[in-house]
Design a protein around this ligand. Sequence first.
Ligand code: BJ8
Length: 425
Amino acid sequence: MTNDNIKMWTELGIDLEKHDNLLNALGPIFQEIYLSQQNRPDGMAFFDFVVGDIHGIRVRELRQQAKNGGKVVATYCVFVPEEVVWAAGAIPVGLCAGTQFSVPIAEEVLPRNTCALIKSSFGFKLGRICPYVESSHLIVGETTCDGKKKMFEILAQHQPVYVMEVPNKKTRLARDLWLGEVVAFKDVIEELTGNRITADKLERATRQVNNRRRALKRLYQLRQANPVPISGKDALLVTQVSFYDDVNRATQQINALCDEVEVRVTTGEGAFTKNAPRILISGSPMAIPNWKLHHILETAGAAVVCEESCTGTRFFGDLISEDGGTIEEQLKAISERYMKINCACFTPNQERLNDIVRLAREYRVDGVVHYNLQFCHTYANEAVLVEQTLAREGIPLLCIETDYADEDIGQLRTRVDAFLEMIGR
Ligand code: BJ8
C-alpha cells in the first residue's frame, strides 16, 4: 500500500479503515485460491498483477482520465453496450460486486433476502469502499431483474444513475424498444462527455471490443483440449479482469496468454491430469472475487472447462458487424448483438437451454453444475427447465444455490464430491 495510493483513495472519499480490511482479506484469499495452483501459464502473471494492485494502477488511470476532462462510466450488466462509451472517449468499467465483505453494509438498508450481487454492489457504495464506484461519473443500470431495478432507485440517492430498459421478450416489438434504448443511451453518453459519437469513432470502438471478444473466445476454445491446458479459475480471472481493464491492453494480454496456452495444447501439457472430470458451469455471473465454486470443484479434482454465464460465454459470444455504415446502421447492429445475450430475464429463453447443451457437447463435459445466486428467482426457476433439458440429453447436472459467504463450503464440498463420484470420473 503506497502513500500515493492512500492519498488517491482519500481524495476519492474512500473509508480507509473499511478499505484496508477489504484489501487485507483479499490478499490471503488470492494466495490460497490462485497463487497456490501448480503449473500455471506464465501469461497469468499479468492478471495476477492486476488483482494484486486491484485498487492502484487502474484507478489511477481512471483518475487521470477525469483530470483530462474525460468521463468514467460504471456498469453492472453485459447488456450495457460498451462500444458506445468507448466511442465517446469515456472509459467503461464493469463493477465487481462479488464479495461478502460489502453485503452486511447493504443489509442495513436493503432486505436481507436480496441476491448477494445486488447487496455487494450497493454495499460498496454505501460503505464508500470501492474506488471504481467513486471514480465513476455515471452508473448505468438496467431493468434485467426486479431487485436490481429497485436497488438502482436507491443508489441514485448517492450517485448519478441512468437505467436502460432491457425488454423481457425477444419479439419484434421488444427489439424495437431495445434499439430505441441503445439510441437513447448514445444521446446520454454524448451529453455526459460533451463528445459527439461519429460513425468512424463507433466503428473503431466496435472493432476494439470485438477483438477482445475474439481473444476470449480463442482462450475458451483452447479449453476444449484434453488435458485442459488452463484451470477454470485462471480462465475466470481473465474474464473478470477484462471487465475493467483497458480494452486494447486486455486483448493483447489475453492473446499473449493464448499463444502460450496453444503450445501447451500441442505438447499435451495440462493444468490437470488427462482424465480429470470436465465440468461446465452455467448460471449467474461470478464477479471478482467470487471464485468459490470454481475453487471447490477444482480442489475436488474436477476441471472447469467452460462457463455459460455473463462472466463467460455470454460476455464475448457473438460479434458486431464491422461493416461500418451510418451511425444508425451501426447502432442497429449493436442492438441486435446485445439481444442475442440469453439472460434468464427473458421469457421464453429456449436459446439459453440450447446454448447449455451445445457447450456441453463442444467442451465434451462429464457434467453441468448449475450455479444460482441465492434469491435470484429468474435463474432459480429457469433451473427447472435446465434440469428437464439435460435429463433428456443424458447430461448429468448438479444444481447449486449459494451466496458469497463461507458457511456452506463444507456442505458444498460434500455435494460436489458426491456428484463427481456419481459421474464416475
Ligand atoms: S445479462 S445474468 S449480467 S442481468 S443474480 S442481480 S439477475 S437477482 S446478474 Fe446478470 Fe445482466 Fe442477466 Fe448477465 Fe438479478 Fe439474479 Fe442477482 Fe443477477
